[in-house]
Design a protein around this ligand. Structure first.
Ligand SMILES: C[S@@+](CC[C@H](N)C(=O)[O-])C[C@H]1O[C@@H](n2cnc3c(N)ncnc32)[C@H](O)[C@@H]1O
Ligand SMILES: [Zn+2]
Length: 382
């Protein structure tokens, strides 16, 4: 079989030759995910720095093994890495790639991720779930596996379900109604966190979001795990719904799992559309992101500039209110052409409102200004 040699991070791996990235490739490798892997190295390193002992990581969807191999090679304080994949050829490539990089702290298995996580309860400090499409079938076994103090890293590439292009798959996979809006990537992330928190709650475990982002075709999140019935109950108070008015762009968060949700927008009397249940709590922790930014120069990552740009934007929006406005959508609603984003942000701040950009969208505005106040400001700048 013809091979390709890939240099990523400080490792070199072989992958079967491919023309285009596809889940049908003999062994899956996607170069676009290098940024995802670079950020994972930084996030797990920050998580590890808080620990007194070496950590054990499970890369539950190995592919070529690149992720687990990079974790073993690039993150300090990693004692042991376990990589598993169902595809026998992926396992063979992973074993060869581990050998090629002279690593002796990695075990490679051909085992279903769910079975491995069930069998190895409490053995991993970090579980990385990076499947094709939805992570939903693997969250329950992650919840069973992870101890208090552990970390779960999750990728979801089924953004069409989470972000509202197709309604039914989101209901099937996440037990939630998606909401197609200009901020649908944020609600997609919140639906995923809501689903994860409800699944962990069965085990009296709760999740604490450290870092999450929406990039290219995927959503990625990093959460630490806590245990205890009382704290889990408190954490579930972060669940709720978002009601959105397409007519005037007013939106509201409605906390609770069975709240009374108004059907009519209080601003324009238009009809509300409702999405959820979803996570209304924080998606980003500024201290964690700051630590990632600070260690970035030591990691020698090829995508350092892109990673820093994303982290700085996430830091900026880490204390912002939920949802955001899209300047183009607001301007279209007002039937004017958009004024410069920078001017809108400055004027919002001058009027005493919180205002920041968001990594979710280049034209996005995170603000606590009510929609009417924002519209007034946009109109004044046209
Ligand atoms: C998106 S790829 C993983 C990519 C890899 N983590 C990376 O960063 O390059 C998903 C992998 O999961 C494997 N897979 C699919 N279902 C699985 C399961 N139930 N248990 C373990 N591996 C599985 C596939 O064979 C494929 O190699
Ligand atoms: Zn309205």
């Amino acid at each position: 079989m013809e091979h390709k040699t890939i240099n990523e991070g400080n490792v070199t791996i072989e992958v079967p030759y491919f023309h285009k990235v596809s889940a049908k490739a003999p062994v899956f490798y996607n170069p676009v995910m290098e940024l995802n892997r670079d950020l994972s190295v930084a996030a797990i390193q920050v998580f590890q720095m808080d620990r007194e002992e070496d950590i054990t990581i499970c890369d539950a969807f190995g592919g070529t093994g690149i992720r687990g191999i990079r974790y073993a090679s690039e993150i300090g304080g990693v004692g042991h890495v376990v990589i598993t994949d169902l595809n026998p050829l992926a396992v063979q490539f992973t074993e060869d790639n581990v050998h090629k990089n002279n690593l002796n702290n990695i075990d490679v298995y051909r085992e279903d991720a769910n079975l491995l996580l069930r069998k190895c309860r409490g053995k991993f400090d970090v579980v990385d779930v990076d499947p094709f499409g939805t992570p939903s079938p693997y969250i329950e076994s992650s919840a069973f596996n992870l101890r208090s103090g552990g970390m779960l890293c999750v990728t979801a590439t089924d953004t069409s379900a989470l972000c509202g292009t197709y309604k039914e798959p989101c209901i099937r996979k996440y037990g939630a109604v998606s909401l197609k809006t200009e901020y649908c990537h944020e609600t997609g992330l919140r639906i995923l966190v809501g689903f994860i928190s409800r699944t962990f709650a069965k085990y009296k475990k709760y999740v604490d979001l450290k870092f999450s982002h929406s990039t290219e075709h995927y959503l990625r999140l990093y959460l630490t795990i806590g245990k205890g019935a009382k704290k889990t109950d408190e954490s579930l108070n972060n669940l709720g719904y978002i009601a959105h008015c397409n007519n005037c762009l007013y939106r509201m968060a409605v906390p609770g799992l069975a709240p009374s949700i108004p059907g009519i927008c209080p601003v324009c009397k238009g009809n509300f559309r409702v999405g959820g249940p979803l996570w209304l709590g924080k998606l980003l922790e500024p201290d964690f992101i700051e630590n990632m930014i600070n260690i970035m120069p030591d990691l020698n990552l090829k995508m350092e500039n892109e990673a820093l740009k994303l982290l700085e934007r996430c830091y900026e929006e880490s204390n912002a209110p939920i949802t955001f406005f899209d300047l183009h959508v607001v301007s279209k609603n007002l039937k004017i052409s958009s004024p410069p984003l920078h001017n809108v942000l400055e004027k919002l701040k001058a009027n005493g409102f919180f205002a920041s950009r968001t990594h979710f969208k280049p034209t996005g505005i995170k603000t606590n200004a009510p929609v009417d106040a924002l519209k007034k400001i946009v109109l004044s700048l046209k």
